[in-house]
Design a protein around this ligand. Sequence first.
Ligand SMILES: N[C@@H](CCC(=O)N[C@@H](CS)C(=O)NCC(=O)O)C(=O)O
Length: 214
Amino acid sequence: MRLFGYWRSSSSWRVRIGLAIKGVDYEYEAVHLVEEGGKQHAPEYRAHNPMRQVPLLEWEEDGEIKRLSQSLAILGFLEERFPGPSLLPGSAYDRGRIRQLAEVVNSGIQPLQNLAVIQRLRDEMDQDAKEWCAYWIRRGLVAYDAMVLGEEGSFSIGDTPTLADACLIPQLYNARRFDVKLDDLERLLAIEETCFDHPAFQVSHPDEQPDAAG
Ligand SMILES: N[C@@H](CCC(=O)N[C@@H](CS)C(=O)NCC(=O)O)C(=O)O
């Protein structure tokens, strides 16, 4: 398998976490999102992901090249395809709650602070993109924190890492890049600490990727 990603793309990091939890080997192909105007816009990449985003997973099956984009779709595929630790454990209700949290990040936070949105606000509309991003990240993380406050496990839901944690941890990393206040979100910080004791979160960290900027 080959993962097209970018070291500090939060959506790419989600997939790296899933691959590491599942113990799936893969090649990593860096797509620089900024250099040369952003390699996600290059015609050859765009042909494979018209959304012009990372991640993109590519593999060969039955003599055919298959590709998937959208991190949650990729993680759902990995969950169905590979046995081993489940990213969606528990009852139907537990899985619903895990997906609910993943969506808080995937549709409620990340799209509002994505690079293309920042570039449009900052470069074409002359707006304070950093303030915009910080506002939406904080708003979403406050909601996430409230939703896991009564949970008893050490991860977001339960005592093993799930799809929800694979979304949360990269989003907390992004929050710090935008100087978002986090110190009062104690439950999220505790979950983050638990995750960073887990090897899947360590090996997938942006700083550990071959394209990490020094
Ligand atoms: N919903 C998509 C979001 C993907 C996405 O926004 N990727 C960002 C990096 S985290 C990207 O490639 N941005 C490039 C751009 O905005 O030009 C997913 O979950 O994969």
